[in-house]
Design a protein around this ligand. Structure first.
Ligand code: ZN
Length: 112
């Protein structure tokens, strides 16, 4: 499913440019435009759904696939000493784009 008003769907369709570092049939990974760490990537499933709480069996398989690929993608993009994965759910967590995404943060020692 695609949401025509969603900025991540527009990035996936190529309507908005992004610094993509990985893409396959299930998801894309691109650089965050407002990086919070030396390396800050966003892993985004191609299927539009807003929240982790919208996960069903099929979407859980996509998420599992993403988690299996992320270590290699993180390593290839400068996360040599480790990295942190973050999913923000809802307003209190500061989720700004209502299309599920995983933040990949690293490239330097991270503070809490
Ligand atoms: Zn979307």
């Amino acid at each position: 499913m695609i949401d025509n008003n969603c900025i991540f769907c527009k990035i996936i369709k190529g309507e908005i440019p992004s610094a993509k570092v990985y893409e396959d049939g299930e998801f894309v990974v691109f650089k965050d435009v407002e990086p919070k760490a030396e390396v800050h990537l966003l892993a985004v499933p191609k299927d539009h759904f807003p929240h982790l709480s919208d996960l069903d069996g099929e979407r859980a398989e996509v998420l599992s696939h993403m988690l299996a690929k992320i270590p290699q993608i993180a390593a290839e993009n400068g996360c040599v000493g480790g990295y942190r994965l973050v999913i923000n759910q809802g307003e209190d967590a500061g989720q700004t784009v209502r299309h599920l995404h995983i933040h990949i943060l690293g490239g330097e020692p991270l503070a809490w």
